[in-house]
Design a binder for this molecule. Structure first.
Ligand code: C2E
Ligand code: CA
Ligand code: CA
Length: 659
C-alpha cells in the first residue's frame, strides 16, 4: 500500500460526500441518535473529573469552566435532537455534518485544554484520572461518531495524537507506557473507523439500490396493470376493461336506483361488428386488417369522445358503454352515426375497402339489469341487425325477447326430441332444361317436433349450430339419406346440405366418406352443398375439408351464391363443382335488367370454369323463360317441384317435358 494510496483514502474518509445524498441522510439519521449520547458522556466524564479535582484545582476550572462547557454540550445535544426532523432537506443535512465536523475540532481543543490545565493540579491519582478521562472519553466519542469519519478522525488527530506526544515526552515510565498503548489503540481505532464506515456506506448503497429496484418494479407493475386493460392494436379499452367497467356501471346504477323511486335508463351497452372484415383479412392479409381496425377505432373515438367507454372486444367486434344520451330515439340516432362513420371507405395500404358495420344496443335497466344479460341482449340486437338490417343500429326490444324465448324453446325441444324419429328428409329435384331430365335431387331436412309441431330447417339449424347439436343432426340425416339411396337407381345423384360447423371439422368429412363407402354407394353420386359462412369461420379448414371430399370422388357445391360476400377468391381457391345462384336473384329477374345481367354473368363464369350452375327458387313461367334465355340449364324451384317426401322421378320428368 503506497503512502499516496493511504493519503487518498484518508482524504476520502475526511470528506463530506455531498454527491451521495442518501449516505448524507443516513449519517445525519445515525448522528442524531449518537451525538446527544456523546455530549452526555462528555458532560458526565468532565463532571467526574471536576469532582475529583474540586478543592485541588481552582474553581474557575472545576466549577465555572465545567458549567460553561456543560451549557455548550446541552445546547449542541439539543440542536442534534432536532436534526432528525430535517432529514429530507439535504442542504440542512450537509450543514449539520459541517457543523459537527467543526464542533468536533472545537470541543476536542476545549476539552483537551481543560484537561491539560487540570493535569497540573492534584496528586498522582488525580493526574491518572486526567489521563484516564482523556483516553476513555475520546474513545467513547469516536465510537459515537463512527458513522461520520471526518469528525471521528478529527478526534484522533486533535486528541489522541497530542495525548501520545504529550505523555510520551513526560519523564515517567508509566505515562510512556500509556502513550505507547494509546498509539496502538489509535491505530486500531482508525482501522475500525475505516472498515466500519466502508460497511456502513455499502449498506446504504445497497439499500438505495433495493429501494430503486422496488420503485422500478412498482412502476413496471403499474404500467403492466394499465396495459392489461388496453387493446394493444387500437389503444381502446380491451375486453377485460369493458366487462370490469360494465360490472361497475351496473353496481353504481343499482345503488342509485335504491335512492330514487322512479328510474329512467341510466346507460346503454352497444355491440358493433364489422360485416366483411374477415374477407378483407383473408384476401389482403392481417397487417391490412390491422390497419382497418386501427382506423375504425379512431372513427369511434372521434364520434364518441367524452363519457363513453370504447373497447375492442376481439377480432372485428367493438363494445361501447355510454350514458350521455337523452332517450331511445337519441340512442338510435347515435348508433346510426356510428354505423355511418364505420361504413365509409377505408384508405388502406392495399387500396380502398368498404364494409358495413351493424350495431346492437341494450339499455339498463329497461332491457336488462345484469352485466351478462345486457351483453347478451346487445349481442342479440346486433345479430338481429346483421341478419335483417345490415349497416344499421338496432335497440333490443320486446319482440327480440320473444325471439330469444322461441330460440331457447327450440333448443330445449331439440334436446328432448327423439330426433331419429322426428327428423325426416324431403327431396327437391334439380332439372336439366335441355334434356328434361332430373339432374339430381336435393335432400332437405324436416323436423316434426312432438312439442312444437313442424319447425323449418331455416329456424332450427341456426339454433343447433349455436348449441353444438348440429353434428348430431347431420349424422342422423345423412344416415337416413344413405339408407334411402340404396333403394334408388344407380344413376340418381343427390345433394346434401352441410352446415358451416360440419365443414370445418375434419372428423365429420372423414365420417361422411366412410359412411358412403360402408353403404356401398359410389361417392360420385353425392354433392355436398356448403354456404360461405363456413369459409368465413375458418377458411383453411373449409378448404382442407372440400379437398378431402373431392379427392374421394364426391362433388361440392357452393350454395346461396350471390348473397353475402361471394368473394371470387372462394370460387378461385376452393374448386367447387357447382354454384347455386340464390333465390334472391331469381325473384326480381322479370323486373330488373340488372339482376338479369348478374345472373348471366354468373352463368357465363360457370361455363368458363366448366362447372355446373344451378338457378334456385324458380317460381314462375317467366322466370324460367328468362333463365333459359340467359343460358341457364340447371334449375330448381316450386315451379317444377316442391320438396316432397319421396322423389317421384318419372312423374317429375314427364311434367317437365310437357312445359
Ligand atoms: P337451401 O339449401 O338454400 O334450400 C333451399 C330452400 O329453398 C329450401 O327451403 C327449399 O324448400 C326452398 N325452395 C326451393 N324452391 C323454392 C321456390 O321456388 N320458392 C321458395 N320460396 N323457396 C324454395 P327449406 O327446405 O325450408 O330449407 C331452408 C334451408 O335450411 C336450406 O336452404 C338449408 O340452408 C337449410 N337446410 C335444409 N336442410 C338441411 C340439412 O339437411 N342440413 C343443413 N345443414 N341445412 C339444411
Ligand atoms: Ca341447398
Ligand atoms: Ca340455396
Amino acid at each position: 500500500m503506497s503512502a499516496r494510496f493511504v493519503w487518498r483514502k484518508v482524504v476520502d474518509l475526511a470528506r463530506i460526500h455531498t454527491e451521495k445524498p442518501e449516505l448524507i441522510r443516513a449519517q445525519v439519521r445515525s448522528l442524531s441518535r449518537q451525538v446527544p449520547v456523546l455530549y452526555v458522556l462528555l458532560l458526565a466524564n468532565a463532571s467526574a473529573l471536576a469532582y475529583t479535582h474540586y478543592g485541588t484545582a481552582p474553581d474557575w476550572l472545576t466549577v465555572y469552566a465545567v458549567v460553561l462547557l456543560g451549557v455548550c454540550c446541552i445546547w449542541r445535544a439539543y440542536s442534534w435532537t432536532r436534526a432528525g426532523f430535517e432529514i429530507n432537506d439535504i442542504d440542512a443535512c450537509v450543514w449539520h455534518l459541517r457543523r459537527i465536523r467543526l464542533m468536533a475540532a472545537v470541543f476536542a481543543l476545549l476539552f483537551m485544554a481543560w484537561a491539560v490545565a487540570m493535569f497540573r493540579y492534584g496528586d498522582i491519582y488525580q493526574q491518572g484520572h486526567v489521563a484516564y478521562f482523556i483516553s476513555i472519553t475520546v474513545i467513547g466519542c469516536i465510537f459515537c461518531l463512527v458513522t461520520f469519519p471526518p469528525a471521528a478522525l478529527l478526534l484522533v488527530v486533535f486528541v489522541l495524537v497530542p495525548f501520545v506526544v504529550y505523555f510520551g515526552f513526560l519523564d515517567n515510565e508509566v505515562y510512556i507506557a500509556i502513550a505507547v498503548n494509546m498509539a496502538l489503540v489509535s491505530l486500531i481505532i482508525v482501522h475500525i473507523i475505516t472498515s466500519y464506515y466502508a460497511a456502513f456506506s455499502g449498506l446504504v448503497t445497497s439499500q438505495m439500490d433495493l429501494e430503486r429496484q422496488h420503485k422500478t418494479t412498482l412502476e413496471l407493475s403499474e404500467q403492466n396493470e394499465s396495459l392489461a386493460f388496453l387493446d394493444a392494436l387500437t389503444g381502446l379499452a380491451n375486453r377485460r376493461a369493458f366487462f370490469a367497467y360494465l360490472d361497475d356501471a351496473v353496481t353504481t346504477a343499482a345503488a342509485q336506483a335504491e335512492t330514487q323511486s322512479q328510474q329512467s335508463d341510466s346507460f346503454a351497452v352497444a355491440m358493433i361488428d364489422l360485416d366483411g372484415f374477415k374477407p378483407v383479412n383473408d384476401v389482403y392479409g392481417h397487417p391490412v386488417g390491422d390497419e382497418l381496425l386501427i382506423q375504425a377505432g379512431k372513427r369511434l373515438r372521434a364520434i364518441l369522445a367524452g363519457d363513453a367507454l370504447l373497447a375492442r372486444l376481439g377480432g372485428d367486434e367493438f363494445g361501447i358503454i355510454l350514458s350521455d344520451y337523452e332517450d331511445a330515439t337519441h340512442l338510435i340516432t347515435l348508433g346510426r352515426k356510428v354505423c355511418q362513420a364505420l361504413n365509409q371507405p377505408y384508405a388502406l395500404s392495399s387500396g380502398s375497402v368498404q364494409l358495413s358495420a351493424s350495431l346492437g344496443f341494450a339499455t339498463y335497466p329497461t332491457v336488462a339489469r345484469t352485466s351478462n344479460a345486457l351483453f347478451e341482449r346487445a349481442d342479440f340486437a346486433l345479430y338481429h341487425a346483421k341478419k335483417n338490417m345490415p349497416g344499421e343500429a338496432v335497440l333490443f326490444a320486446a319482440h327480440h325477447e320473444t325471439m330469444i324465448r322461441h330460440d331457447s324453446q327450440i333448443e330445449q325441444a331439440l334436446r328432448n326430441a327423439d330426433l331419429s324419429q322426428e327428423l325426416s328428409l324431403h327431396y327437391q329435384p334439380v332439372f336439366d332444361v335441355e334434356t328434361g331430365d332430373v339432374k339430381s335431387i336435393e335432400a332437405l331436412a324436416r323436423w316434426d317436433s312432438v312439442l312444437m309441431g313442424p319447425v323449418s330447417p331455416a329456424t332450427f339449424f341456426p339454433v343447433a349450430e349455436k348449441t353444438g347439436q348440429v353434428g348430431m343432426l347431420t349424422e342422423i340425416l345423412f344416415g337416413r339419406l344413405l339408407r334411402e339411396m340404396r333403394e334408388w337407381p344407380e344413376h340418381v345423384s343427390v345433394s346434401f346440405n352441410l352446415s358451416a360447423r360440419d365443414i370445418v371439422l375434419p372428423n365429420m368429412t372423414k365420417w361422411l366418406i366412410e359412411q358412403i363407402k360402408a353403404n356401398g354407394i359410389s361417392p360420385e353420386r353425392l354433392t355436398f352443398e356448403v354456404t360461405e359462412t363456413a369459409f368465413l369461420r375458418d377458411f383453411a379448414a373449409a378448404r382442407t375439408s372440400i379437398r378431402y371430399l373431392r379427392s374421394h370422388g364426391a362433388r361440392v357445391a357452393m350454395d346461396d351464391f350471390g348473397i353475402g360476400y361471394s368473394s371470387l377468391r372462394y370460387v378461385h381457391e376452393l374448386e367447387f363443382d357447382c354454384l347455386k345462384v340464390d333465390r334472391s336473384f331469381v325473384t326480381p329477374l322479370a323486373v330488373t335488367e340488372r339482376s338479369r345481367r348478374i345472373v348471366k354473368t354468373i352463368i357465363d363464369m360457370c361455363t368458363n370454369l366448366e362447372i355446373d350452375c344451378v338457378i334456385e327458387g324458380i317460381e314462375t313461367q317467366s322466370q324460367r323463360d328468362i333463365v333459359i334465355e340467359l343460358g341457364g340449364r340447371l334449375v330448381q324451384g316450386y315451379l317444377f317441384a316442391k320438396p316432397a317426401k319421396r322423389p317421384v322421378l318419372k312423374r317429375l320428368s314427364a311434367i317437365l317435358k310437357k312445359q
